[in-house]
Design a protein around this ligand. Structure first.
Ligand SMILES: CC(C)=CCC/C(C)=C/CC/C(C)=C/COP(=O)(O)OP(=O)(O)O
Length: 315
């Protein structure tokens, strides 16, 4: 078989598997009965497993660094783009499992500011894929509708191509009233950029406040020298102000951070939000992640729970 059609075949098969896993093809398929029965059986077993897990504490917020998509493509002799697609197809069932288990917040590191340094062709391909997948979030059969998910895009969205930015804004607006679950998609994000942005934003807000408090309002502020302006800002800014301006301020700190492909670096992801977070780093590449990894991570979380809660109180 020619390489191109082999890749296409592989990608179609992965798509079918994904759709089967998500239960999307089960309504009007010709061999739908067997699929439906099998799908229902698997789903009931999974829900039973989750009920047992729910005897212990369930994490409120899980975060994922989706590492190993290119390595997966290389491993299976696929194009890089197909590797990313496989990553996306692995992500959707994982989101479904998280929400079924009772997790409220899920954060994914979809594209870092540093990823813009990759070759132009790869960045273009990733942005194209991103746009397609973002638009797909609003489809009727998507996870967003299944679980009533509110979607936030987190990061310096100004850096995105216009079409991706518009798509992201559309999804945020369309899901703004969903209140059951939350999905935070970090794009054009790094933690250091987030912290710098929060510091600038809180200085600005404080400075506006100071100007309002001065007799004579805005006009008076022109009499303050640069040095005293800085001094006043320093005096007024507190931790809580910074936290109000942080992009991720819409969610509590994550309880577990998954980073696949056996990597244990944080790569500038959620540095502010992970003082007590459990890092779980399975050896599998992201497209290979599955239910067993989620279950294992939650069991580890439950084992460390009382110790972590004690630490949180001491912070
Ligand atoms: C909803 C939505 C927009 C989802 C995006 C899904 C997705 C799979 C994004 C890929 C993000 C990315 C650059 C991962 C890094 O893997 P890598 O290429 O660095 O892999 P490597 O570690 O093998 O090099």
């Amino acid at each position: 078989m020619a390489l191109e059609s082999k890749l296409k075949d592989n990608s179609t098969r992965m798509n079918k598997l994904y759709r089967f896993g998500m239960g999307l093809d089960m309504k009007n398929n010709s061999d739908g009965l067997v699929s439906r029965l099998f799908g229902n059986l698997v789903s009931s077993m999974r829900k039973f497993l989750f009920r047992i897990l729910s005897v212990g504490p369930i994490p409120n917020h899980l975060a994922f660094i989706l590492d190993g998509n290119r390595r997966y493509a290389k491993k299976w002799n696929l194009q890089e783009e197909t590797g990313y697609k496989c990553g996306f197809w692995a992500l959707m069932p994982m989101l479904k499992y998280c929400y079924e288990l009772g997790v409220t917040y899920v954060t994914i590191y979809a594209f870092s500011i540093d990823n813009f340094k990759r070759g132009p062709k790869e960045v273009q391909c990733l942005m194209g894929l991103m746009q397609e997948k973002i638009e797909g979030l609003l489809e009727e059969e998507s996870i967003v509708h299944q679980f009533g998910v509110r979607v936030h895009f987190i990061g310096n969205l100004k850096l995105l191509p216009e079409s991706v930015k518009v798509g992201a804004e559309k999804v945020m607006k369309a899901t703004a009233n969903n209140n059951k679950k939350v999905l935070l998609i970090c794009v054009a994000y790094t933690s250091t950029d987030e912290i710098v942005h929060a510091a600038q934003e809180s200085c600005q807000r404080k400075w506006d406040e100071i100007r309002e408090m001065k007799p004579g309002g805005g006009a008076h502020s022109f009499e303050i020298s640069n040095e005293s302006q800085e001094e006043e800002e320093r005096r007024f800014i507190k931790l809580v102000d910074l936290e109000q301006c942080i992009y991720m301020g819409v969610a509590p700190d994550p309880d577990i951070l998954f980073r696949t492909a056996g990597e244990t670096r944080l790569s500038n992801f959620l540095l502010w939000q992970t003082p007590t977070c459990l890092l779980y780093s399975p050896g599998v590449l992201f497209p290979e992640i599955g239910l067993r990894h989620l279950v294992w991570a939650v069991l580890n979380f439950q084992r460390a729970y009382s110790y972590v809660e004690k630490k949180k109180k001491q912070l």
